[in-house]
Design a protein around this ligand. Structure first.
Ligand SMILES: Cc1cc2nc3c(=O)[nH]c(=O)nc-3n(C[C@H](O)[C@H](O)[C@H](O)COP(=O)(O)O)c2cc1C
Length: 213
């Protein structure tokens, strides 16, 4: 295949989605729990997700509306309650996460359908998924609508929970051999992170010393 380039103004949003999602990959997956005003706990995965900063501790989510500009349950619940939990997804949680992506009606809890269990929130009212390796209790900071169907949500992380054995409380180091996060590739594709490598980050002086031998 020859080199490829295209201006995004010349292609349809669906084609941009294909190129963006297959090139910016793997993406972490936030399995977001929220609670409706009626008290139903909702869970849905989002891979337009990342951590943005630590002071303040912010995460971002890209929320797309359903056809007909109908906000998803997650979007509606966060708008109403201002709170949510980002549950991180590991290999053991991947299949349940995929069940949570089914378009259940608002009165059906994905948690039960996926065979998951909940633990109560500590700093917020929204519960977290007991099976998640990490859970971030978040409060909505701001949401921005970029089109009638697309919202960027920024949330502040108030508290982190980790499954037993994942974080050393003395050093706050995460055990990378025990944490097996899953990444979203494209479409139905996912990746495991079992081929890691280190690159030591050097100073300019190190770089000069190496160059000049
Ligand atoms: C791995 C994965 C990642 C997803 N990422 C997003 C995303 O970033 N934004 C989005 O709007 N929907 C995303 N979805 C689709 C939602 O999870 C799906 O529409 C879900 O049914 C919404 O549920 P809710 O209405 O209960 O909030 C993703 C689905 C999967 C399986």
């Amino acid at each position: 295949m020859s080199p490829f380039t295209v201006a995004f103004a010349d292609i349809a949003p669906r084609e941009r989605y294909k190129l963006l999602c297959a090139s910016v990959t793997p993406r972490p997956i936030a399995l977001v729990t929220t609670r409706s005003v009626e008290g139903v706990v909702n869970a849905a995965p989002f891979s337009f997700f990342n951590v943005f900063s630590e002071d303040p501790a912010l995460i971002v989510l890209g929320l797309q509306h359903r056809p007909g500009n109908d906000p998803k349950d997650t979007t509606r619940n966060i708008a109403a309650a201002g709170e949510f939990v980002v549950n991180l997804v590991d290999e053991a949680l991947a299949e349940a996460m995929n069940i949570c992506a089914i378009d259940f009606p608002p009165d059906v809890s994905e948690i039960e359908a996926a065979g998951l269990s909940l633990l109560p929130g500590v700093s917020i009212q929204v519960p977290r998924i007991a099976e998640a390796p990490f859970a971030l209790e978040c409060r909505k900071t701001v949401s921005m609508a970029f089109s009638p169907t697309r919202e960027l949500l920024i949330g502040e992380v108030i508290r982190i929970h980790a499954r037993e054995g994942l974080v050393d409380p003395a050093t706050l180091r995460v055990s990378m051999s025990d944490y097996k996060p899953v990444g979203r590739m494209f479409g139905d594709g996912y990746s495991r992170q079992n081929d890691r490598f280190d690159l030591k980050r050097g100073s300019y002086a190190d770089w000069l010393a190496q160059r000049d031998g």
